[in-house]
Design a protein around this ligand. Structure first.
Ligand code: B1M
Length: 617
């Protein structure tokens, strides 16, 4: 017994040993589960994420009762620093609070000059975080790391993701200045304050949802991410504890071993690979890499499998990851990660996962020798079978645009969009007009097809998000030349789509891509943004006489709001088709909530809209 009020025992000691560069005779498991703890304890989000004692005890009570190995405190890790810079927050009863990202905090040099460095001991909820970590230490004896929002992700929070990506292209100097400010004036003081107030503190773990492939390219990673993580480490004492461990996208890397080298550079303590990448790449390949480097290793079991899988699926995945992870000379430097338990994860699934870990540690191994992961692995739908971000795992699809007879100028316009050339594209559109081409044909044969092509390449994993944004920008520059003429000739849009991310959900990158693709295909898009209640959707759809309503959700916890929205739309007497999409949404779910259509990815969403309004077969 440790003498602390909460005793996490032998597995915690093993985890600490691995973090210190040592070995463990037992495989520890870590996770992320604040929302589950809140729901399980019947607590309200407004109190839970504001009262430090309630947050710590509420989390520890559930973690102890469920038999977790390592105390876990994961608050709304992407919003604390942005809130301290003046960002507005959205608060919910049953969900994590989140930064209301509809407002840009820093848009330009002027805003940056005005930005005030927060005081970690006084500003917004930074002191709340420090208090949480102090209380956790008092109650458990464990020095829980601080989570910070990594520099590039924080830049995306203060500028909005799309603005950041475009600024990297147009005004990289400004982005570098912003990143310097965020690292020097916000993150380093915050982390250093934590090192001062929490006993034995030395680990600060960056959270980086948009800071890895395929949100950014490998070039962006090298120019705008890694140098700032290095700088942060330097400003915080230079130790290995300054890390950023939740990068995705391993399966998109051109050379995966090189990508892992970079991951190991920013997180020198261990290499962590999480689903869906872990399953796609294969545990054995990662094990082989870690054997060569002699480094610690961690595999992360996916959120959707943990929420929707049955006992067998969960146990099998946990056992494979533990078995392969713990093989060989360095196998005693392995820990398992359970990606996240949401408010909606059934408590029995949490137990299945923990039982599976404990059984494996006791030697109960019904799946010994079975390895399902890898490029040829059989991933059930739950494991991310539909791909990541709607990106197909099965390789490139053939291009839609292969018309040998297409005239040269349309081809040139097509190429200019594919080259993201926002100067040449409008010039070529003007040239086509000067040559007497029909403006509608320029649109339909020059500007719209490359967006379809870009969407297909994205869906095939051959283009990343920044490239899609740049292509959309070039297309829009060309469209700007055509617009006055199309309006003058009263050319109709293909139809009007009202688009929104549902209530409680602040994710908009996927929805925005769908919106861009719809615009690229000639639709008028009314985008209501994020965190949208059904009333707003209904009101707007009525007002604009919408042809289609599109709803997006990225959290399993906000999927019920999708269902409620569809019901309210029907109750309001609107006879408008509703299509749905987003990473956790499946065709079965869409059918079960009476959605008219389901878009696995952006190009599919566009095709469904075309079919719904009768412009495609
Ligand atoms: Co969040 N997040 N996040 N996050 N985030 C997820 C979704 C999560 C799975 C990560 C994880 O833990 N494994 C997890 C959810 C777990 C669950 O559901 N139970 C999660 C969590 C927990 C959270 C927070 C609670 C974290 C915290 O505060 N502790 C918080 C929640 C805030 C809130 O919304 N209330 C949060 C915050 C954030 C950021 C702000 C940092 C950032 C969002 C930035 C932004 O959107 N402006 C973020 C991100 C980026 C992610 C991940 C990494 C990526 C999501 C994304 O943008 N994908 C995500 C992990 C993952 O997905 N594996 C994660 C890229 C996008 C192109 O794909 O949206 O799927 P997607 O869109 C595709 C298709 O799905 C389809 O087309 C698109 C293109 O092909 N599609 C449609 C999308 N909408 C469609 C609509 C259609 C048709 C097709 O018809 C209308």
């Amino acid at each position: 017994m440790s003498g602390y009020e909460y005793d996490f025992g032998r597995e915690l000691a093993g985890y600490k040993a691995i973090m210190d560069g040592g070995r463990s005779d037992i495989i520890p498991v870590t996770t992320q589960m604040a929302e589950f703890c809140m729901a399980h304890g019947g607590l309200n989000g407004h109190d839970f994420f504001r009262d430090p004692e309630l947050f710590v005890r509420g989390s520890l009570d559930v973690q102890r009762d469920m038999g977790f190995h390592v105390p876990d405190m994961v608050w709304d890790v992407y919003s604390v620093e942005a809130e301290a810079l003046g960002g507005k927050m959205a608060w919910f009863d049953t969900l994590y609070p989140a930064l209301d990202n509809t407002e840009v905090i820093i848009a330009n040099e002027k805003d940056l000059l005005r930005a005030k460095a927060p005081d970690p001991l006084k500003t917004a909820r930074m002191p709340w975080v420090l208090e949480v970590l102090q209380i956790c230490h008092e109650l458990t004896g464990y020095t829980h790391p601080i989570h910070y929002c990594s520099p590039i992700n924080l830049a995306a929070q203060v500028m909005q993701f799309e603005n950041l990506i475009l600024a990297m292209n147009e005004n990289p100097k400004f982005v570098h200045k912003l990143l310097d400010f965020l690292v020097e004036e916000v993150l380093a003081p915050y982390i250093n304050a934590y090192f001062k107030v929490v006993p034995d503190a030395w680990i600060a773990n960056g959270k980086d949802a948009v800071g890895s492939l395929p949100f950014i390219t490998e070039d962006i990673l090298q120019e705008f991410s890694v140098p700032y993580l290095d700088k942060l480490r330097k400003l915080c004492g230079g130790g290995k504890g300054i890390r950023s461990d939740n990068w995705w996208g391993d399966s998109f890397a051109e050379n995966i071993e090189n990508y892992w080298d970079v991951k190991l550079h920013v997180t020198p303590q261990y290499l962590k690979i999480q689903d869906p990448d872990c399953f796609r790449v294969g545990t054995e390949r990662a094990r082989a890499y870690a054997d060569v480097r002699g480094c610690a290793l961690s595999f992360g079991v996916g959120t959707l499998l943990l929420q929707n899988g049955n006992k067998e699926q969960i146990t099998q995945r946990v056992h494979e990851y533990m078995e392969v992870g713990s093989r060989g000379e360095f196998g005693d430097k392995f820990f398992l990660y359970l990606c996240s338990f949401s408010a909606q994860t059934p408590a029995e699934n949490v137990r299945y996962a923990i039982d599976a870990v404990n059984d494996f540690n006791k030697g109960i191994r019904p799946y010994a020798g079975e390895v399902l992961s890898g490029p040829d692995g059989i991933a059930p739908e739950i494991a991310g079978g539909k791909g990541f971000m709607g990106i197909d795992a099965s390789g490139a699809k053939s291009s839609q645009f292969r018309d040998e007879n297409a005239q040269q100028i349309y081809k040139d316009i097509f190429e200019s969009v594919m080259d993201f050339d926002e100067e040449q594209c409008p010039e070529l559109v003007q040239k086509a007009l000067d040559m007497g081409c029909d403006p509608l044909a320029i649109l339909d044969e020059g500007l719209i097809p490359p967006m379809g092509e870009v969407g297909d390449l994205f869906a095939a994993g051959e283009l990343f998000v920044p490239e899609m944004l740049l292509a959309a920008r070039a297309m829009k520059a060309g469209l700007a030349v055509l617009k006055p003429i199309l309006t003058a000739t009263q050319s109709e849009s293909k139809g009007t789509v009202v688009l929104a991310t549902v209530f409680g959900d602040l994710h908009d990158i996927g929805k925005n891509l769908v919106g861009m693709m719809l615009e690229g295909a000639g639709f008028k898009v009314i985008d209501l943004g994020v965190n949208t209640k059904a009333e707003a959707v209904i009101e707007t759809a009525r007002e604009v006489n919408a042809d289609v309503i599109g709803l997006s959700a990225l959290l399993t916890t906000t999927m019920p709001f999708m269902q409620m929205s569809i019901k309210e739309i029907a109750d309001a007497g609107l006879d408008i088709p509703v299509i749905v999409g987003g990473a956790p949404v499946t065709e079965d779910f869409a059918n079960s909530i009476n959605a008219t259509g389901y878009g696995d990815n952006a190009p599919i969403a566009v095709n469904i809209c075309k079919k719904l309004i009768g412009v495609a077969q």
